[in-house]
Design a protein around this ligand. Structure first.
Ligand code: NAP
Length: 258
């Protein structure tokens, strides 16, 4: 119960990796605000899971791409649970596209959600953490940000590369105030983002092909990523800031060029 008395806000906490992060932080003792974009019922299910673990929780709708909606969310969470000590910038979307065929409107939507979302939420929550003299911000990037595999993710990778740059710069600005800022880079993780809209057969083939390229011989579960986020929010990581932690099972098909 290392996080007892803390309040966490998890963007995109309604499902997938975000839901597992909400549960992990609640298990560590934190109260959890569950942000979502449109699926209120899924967000309420996450809230129920957090409450089952004995913590306070509330669902809060906001499009992280809108600075105004994020400001309203900050006020709403402040009233219901208190100002967040922990922010996990997890909300994200993936539109497939290559350099030669990407759709500009889709790229702009991804940029707005994946990059500006991190900016808006961090800008809105950091002042409360500065006042408290303690905070944790974890940005969910992707192994796509630093490597090449999975054709069709080039523009998505660009947004996640920007999240890594933001992580370093946010750590530079906020760490002197007691706020650690780090990033987690998940590899292929079984959620709707990567499996949605596919037939059972296609899902099976995809999972097998990615698992075969992983040193641990499997694809990721949301809990694998949540455990790393939980570590970065816990006192065990007190001496870490501005760091990137990859959790991808040791993918062998990625050229990381670093
Ligand atoms: P997911 O299952 O598709 O869930 C996406 C979550 O983001 C949902 O809770 C959704 O809310 C929320 N969201 C989307 N747009 C939003 C917006 N504009 N404002 C607020 N919330 C918004 O995705 P996931 O796989 O769990 O991905 C979570 C994070 O991990 C993302 O940043 C993703 O890029 C990253 N990631 C995933 C993988 C993977 O293989 N799954 C790999 C690397 C990185 P609603 O439920 O209301 O729609």
């Amino acid at each position: 119960m290392d996080l007892k008395g803390k309040v966490a806000l998890v963007t995109g906490g309604s499902r997938g990796i975000g839901r597992a992060i909400c549960e992990e932080l609640a298990r560590q003792g934190s109260d959890v605000a569950v942000n979502f974009a449109s699926r209120a019922r899924a967000a309420e299910e996450t809230v129920a899971l957090v409450r089952t673990l004995g913590r306070r929780s509330a669902a809060v709708r906001a499009d992280v791409g809108s600075r105004e909606e994020v400001r309203r969310m900050a006020a709403e969470v402040g009233c219901s649970l208190g100002p967040p000590d922990i922010l996990v910038n997890n909300a994200g979307i993936l539109h497939a596209g290559t350099l030669l065929d990407y759709d500009n409107a889709e790229f702009e939507t991804m940029w707005r959600t994946n990059v500006k979302g991190v900016l808006h939420c961090s800008q809105a929550m950091a002042p409360g953490m500065i006042d408290a003299g303690w905070g944790r911000i974890v940005n969910i990037a992707s192994n796509a940000a630093i490597g090449t595999a999975m054709p069709g993710t080039t523009l998505y990778a660009v947004t996640k590369g920007a999240v890594l740059t933001l992580t370093k710069r946010m750590a530079f600005e906020l760490s002197p105030h007691g706020i650690a800022v780090n990033a987690v880079l998940p590899g292929f993780t079984k959620t709707e983002m990567v499996l949605g809209g596919k037939s059972d057969h296609e899902v099976q083939r995809l999972l097998e092909s990615v698992a075969a390229k992983s040193l641990v011989g499997r694809t990721g579960d949301p809990e694998d990523i949540a455990a790393v986020v939980g570590f970065l929010c816990s006192p065990s990581s007190a001496f870490m800031t501005g760091q990137f932690l990859m959790a991808d099972g040791g993918r062998q098909d990625y050229l990381t060029h670093v």
